[in-house]
Ligand binder design. Structure first.
Ligand SMILES: NC(=O)C1=CN([C@@H]2O[C@H](COP(=O)(O)OP(=O)(O)OC[C@H]3O[C@@H](n4cnc5c(N)ncnc54)[C@H](OP(=O)(O)O)[C@@H]3O)[C@@H](O)[C@H]2O)[C@@H](O)CC1
Ligand SMILES: Nc1ncnc2c1ncn2[C@@H]1O[C@H](COP(=O)(O)OP(=O)(O)O)[C@@H](O)[C@H]1O
Ligand SMILES: [K+]
Length: 519
């Protein structure tokens, strides 16, 4: 697996090193690198924001503030009405800050050095650009600057755009006890920062935009990191293609253990998703009450009917299957728990464990040892908390995720915006597809079906989780290109899955543009 196709998440010190290496070896003057970064920001900004919207730029006196000064000048040149607010003593600024501060004195731009008497009152349509502190933050923000940030957070402005990262939010941890700017957008330079992926920083990160500023890629590749941000190129780099002579027996014999009385929809969604993701053969083990429903709604699947009418209580022989997906809609009855235990005792190939199967594991902690290596666990945060206990914050949650994987030699896919997928080597990849519309009943059942099918087709647990999360999120993103997020239901993911699959699996196979067919 080639992680160079991903975006590497770096910490502040590594970013500084990449910065210095580029300056020395491209070579480029640091002032020109600042100009380049700011041009990238301004290009993005001008494409999104109307020129009638007033822009106020708050600059610290480090290099983040230096970026702010260049952005101020570029937006002024582009025809925006800009005002500049300097936060700190300009004379004590960094070298590149001071150079740009001198340049901007020649411009007819209103400038204010902030003190406690002159915090501005802003209108709703005013856009705040936050260039007070970036990756160089070293301690919580207190005093006058904290008062300013709290004031700006309380102003009615809809848009607060952070340059690189919101002031006060550290790259790899949050500076508690100080003020942090609430950003609606973060335009982050070159690489994403860990804090921008964590739900607890939602109000301080907003929408994430990553802009390359031409730091030397080979050097970035040489830096070590356990965190990556997935890209379409990354998932395409390990995608498999069916051979011409493939047959259904080679595309995976899948077993889904899903459904209970009142929750048969979970089995239908997971089953359909599994088939739509390339499964060769699918069997669904379900309670008696599910037989007719499943035969009618998933006719491609074989149905094994449990001896119990309402829940799953006993597993027949399972050794013939290549992969098992367990959990969607099964409930946590003790009979079902014993069926899960039977599977864990009998099956030694990687499996997918989701939903109530995870809750059953939480109630029987020593069963975790029996999970076959390379299996994929797909908890949402609530299920994960039941499994590993409570965490102090999302950074701690991430550490617990890594610990769990390394200890039990499994893959954990922790669901949510920027789903984090970690492997037994302690690598974490954040998924880059998906949207809030996917926070809807049954969406996770679809994901279980997808990953099960991928495991059955010979992907490793980590690959299946990465590709599965990508396809699942992409199906959701394709839906919202034409529809409202709010209207997305899990069945829509099934409808858009074939398109997502085509985009990922087949797009790069095109060597020449297709010739138009004549009819
Ligand atoms: N990396 C790249 O490739 C490129 C990076 N670029 C840009 O540079 C930015 C990083 O710039 P930077 O290193 O100068 O740090 P920055 O965030 O401006 O702050 C440092 C200043 O803040 C001070 N300070 C810190 N915490 C404080 C606090 N709580 N309260 C008060 N003061 C505090 C700190 O003081 P000190 O800690 O030394 O006492 C120092 O004076 C980066 O985010 C990006 O925008 C681009 O220009 C081009 C290429
Ligand atoms: N805000 C969000 N942005 C992107 N994806 C999301 C968001 N919220 C939820 N999802 C995705 O939707 C799915 C929800 O799964 P889950 O919570 O198990 O739902 P259910 O149990 O109802 O099927 C997961 O894949 C998750 O990553
Ligand atoms: K900033």
């Amino acid at each position: 697996m080639d992680f160079n196709f991903c975006l590497k998440v770096l910490d502040a010190e590594q970013i500084r090193q990449a910065d210095q290496f580029t300056i020395k070896n491209e070579p480029i003057h640091s002032i020109d690198l600042m100009e380049r970064a700011s041009e990238e920001f301004a290009r993005w900004f001008t494409a999104l924001f109307d020129k009638n919207m007033p822009v106020v730029i708050f600059c610290g006196t480090g290099n983040n503030g230096g970026d702010g000064l260049v952005i101020c000048r570029l937006l002024n040149d582009a025809g925006y009405t800009v005002s500049l607010f300097c936060v700190g003593d300009p004379d004590s600024g960094s070298r590149d800050f001071k150079i740009n501060y001198d340049i901007i004195q020649n411009y007819d731009i209103p400038q204010t050095v902030i003190d406690k008497s002159n915090f501005p009152t802003l209108g709703k349509d005013t856009v705040i650009i936050d260039a007070i502190f970036g990756s160089g933050i070293s301690r919580p923000i207190t005093g006058l600057i904290a008062d300013l940030i709290n004031h700006l957070n309380a102003e009615p402005c809809e848009y607060r755009v952070a340059v690189d990262i919101a002031s006060g939010l550290g790259c790899n941890h949050r500076f508690e006890g100080g003020a942090i700017m609430n950003a609606s957008h973060t335009v982050s330079f070159q690489v994403p920062k860990l804090s921008l992926f964590l739900p607890q920083n939602e109000n301080q990160s907003g929408e994430l935009i990553i802009k390359s500023i031409g730091l030397v890629e080979e050097y970035i590749q040489s830096l070590s990191s356990n965190y990556y941000f997935s890209t379409p190129a990354f998932v395409r780099s390990f995608v498999k293609h069916r051979s011409k002579f493939s047959h259904k027996g080679r595309a995976g014999k899948n077993l889904l253990v899903a459904g209970s009385h009142g929750k048969l929809g979970a089995a239908i969604l997971a089953g359909k998703a599994c088939l739509r993701s390339g499964a060769g053969l699918l069997t669904i083990h379900t309670p008696g009450c599910g037989q007719n429903v499943l035969q009618n709604s998933v006719p491609e699947a074989m149905i094994v009917v449990d001896e119990h009418d309402k829940l799953i209580s006993n597993m027949e022989s399972i050794s013939a299957f290549d992969v098992i997906g367990i959990g969607p809609g099964i409930g946590t009855d003790k009979l079902t728990a014993s069926a899960v235990n039977q599977i864990l005792d009998q099956f030694d190939k990687p499996m997918v464990i989701d939903a109530d199967a995870l809750n059953i594991l939480s109630e029987n902690n020593n069963w975790v040892e029996k999970i076959p290596q390379g299996s994929v666990l797909t908890p949402h945060p609530g299920e994960f908390k039941r499994l590993v206990g409570d965490w102090s914050d999302d950074y701690d949650r991430l550490n617990r995720q890594i610990e769990f994987c390394t200890k039990h030699k499994v893959v954990v896919l922790l669901k949510g915006a920027n789903t984090s997928i970690s492997n037994p080597e302690g690598i974490v990849v954040f998924n880059s597809t998906g949207n809030p519309g996917m926070a809807t009943a049954g969406s996770g059942d679809v994901l279980t079906g997808i990953i099960t099918a991928l495991l059955g087709q010979g992907y490793s647990g980590f690959e299946a989780a990465l590709l599965g999360a990508h396809l699942h999120g992409l199906a959701g993103d394709l839906f919202v290109r034409k529809n409202a997020e709010e209207s997305l239901i899990a069945s829509d993911l099934l409808e858009y899955l074939p398109r997502a699959m085509r985009k990922v699996v087949h797009q790069h196979k095109v060597i020449k543009p297709e010739k138009r067919r004549r009819h």
